[in-house]
Design a protein. Structure first.
Length: 396
């Protein structure tokens, strides 16, 4: 290759996707980069600590830009935090250093204030959501309707007592409430919606959607009822997933996002979700399969697609079984490697960091005497175990 002219830019790049500001938490990133110096990495974010993007061949770009010796496509995913003022931030690493770049995105296809988009958390909106769900409330213990709620905070059938306010309906008993950690004590679960969920929110703008295990939301939807065990500012209903405080056939759709792994009895929770759905209602469920242990406040079960089918029972009609971008296997691998590194004794970390993928493809027993296996802490091993052992004794 001939020497490029002196005025040739050090670096060129192009973003194929996204072309507009995405309306969901995780989104695809795709494009290409051409550099004069050897190319090492592309990250989503303003620094090299962001999400790494995978390289892909781009012979079309190489042919179009013969002055550049180093050309590659990149593909992966980013999060909303990588977008600032309509600019997607990327970081390109070459032999000549770190190159932060920004990619302008067009405005979203609908204005931020469009009906049923999302709204800031205000007492007035929270109270309006309580008024909207009030006619559909039922006792979580006996399922009797609660016709006078929230004005009356006891069940007329079984006498169960609750704590109601204009902006929050708490269905826990005092004993149950005492078992729930304080907000922030376990690492708050931040919940966002993807394009499918946003479409359902728009579709059922005049109906009701239940976000079952909603996590902490930064903004609200007037037609989405946020159910949580934690008393977040965005929580509408406090209750357990296994005993939902709603009448049968209340909701047009139910979201349960990275929640069922934290539920003591996911089969009871699945049955309750199907009960409160209207006939023909939509379930949108995501549950981890290959992720490290994480407690919010506890972590009981991971789930396969077949596990999903069993949890929701015979009345569940599968419409889609797939892996979303936020569940791409890279998340499993990255989470596993980070947890393994963090769980190692400091003296064993350099060996682990210098491993290549090819170094890890031998039979597992090959590695039992290696430092990065022997010096993983018991807590670290439990976090990312391939299998756990449980030995117990029946009480006398």
């Amino acid at each position: 290759m001939s020497t490029p002219p002196a005025d040739t830019p050090e670096l060129l790049f192009h973003l194929d996707l996204p072309t507009a500001v995405p309306a969901y938490a995780y989104f695809a990133v795709k494009g290409w980069v051409a550099t004069l110096a050897p190319l090492h990495a592309v990250f989503a974010g303003p620094t090299a600590t962001g999400q790494p993007l995978a390289f892909t061949p781009r012979p079309d770009v190489s042919a179009a830009l013969p002055a550049y010796a180093h050309v590659s496509g990149f593909v992966g995913q980013a999060t909303a935090s990588e977008i600032v003022d309509g600019q997607l931030h990327l970081t390109i690493i070459t032999d000549r250093g770190e190159h932060p770049v920004t990619c302008p995105l067009t405005p979203p296809p609908f204005p931020p204030a469009a009906p049923q988009t999302d709204f800031p958390i205000t007492p007035a909106l929270r109270a309006e959501k309580i008024r909207r769900i009030a006619p559909h409330l039922a006792c979580p213990a006996c399922k009797a309707v609660l016709p006078d709620a929230p004005a009356r905070d006891t069940c007329p059938a079984c006498g169960a007592a609750f704590q109601f306010s204009p902006t929050l309906l708490d269905f826990f008993s005092s004993a149950q409430r005492a078992t729930i950690p304080a907000v922030g004590a376990t690492g708050d679960s931040l919940g966002g919606y993807d394009e499918v969920m946003n479409a359902l929110v728009q579709r059922f703008a005049d109906g009701l959607i239940l976000d079952c295990g909603a996590g902490l939301k930064g903004r609200l939807h007037p037609n989405v009822i946020n159910l949580e065990i934690m008393d977040y500012p965005s929580t509408d209903i406090r209750a357990f997933n296994e005993s939902l405080p709603f009448a049968t056939g209340t909701f047009d759709a139910v979201f349960t996002l990275a929640t069922l792994e934290h539920v003591r009895d996911p089969f009871a929770a699945g049955a309750e979700i199907m009960r409160v759905l209207k006939p023909g209602g939509i379930v949108y469920s995501m549950v981890p399969l290959l992720v490290p242990y994480h407690g919010y406040p506890n972590h009981y079960y991971n789930m396969t697609v077949e596990g999903h089918r069993l949890v929701f029972g015979p009345s569940f009609e599968p419409l889609d079984a797939s892996v979303p971008l936020s569940g791409n296997p890279m998340w499993a691998l990255s989470g596993l490697l980070h947890a393994w590194h963090n769980g190692l004794a400091p003296s064993a970390r350099p060996e682990f960091l210098n491993l290549r993928i090819g170094d890890l493809l031998a039979p597992p027993l090959t590695y039992t005497d290696r430092n990065f296996v022997r010096h993983l802490t018991p807590e670290g091993a439990l976090e990312i175990a391939a299998m756990t052992r449980f030995i117990g004794r029946k009480r006398a």
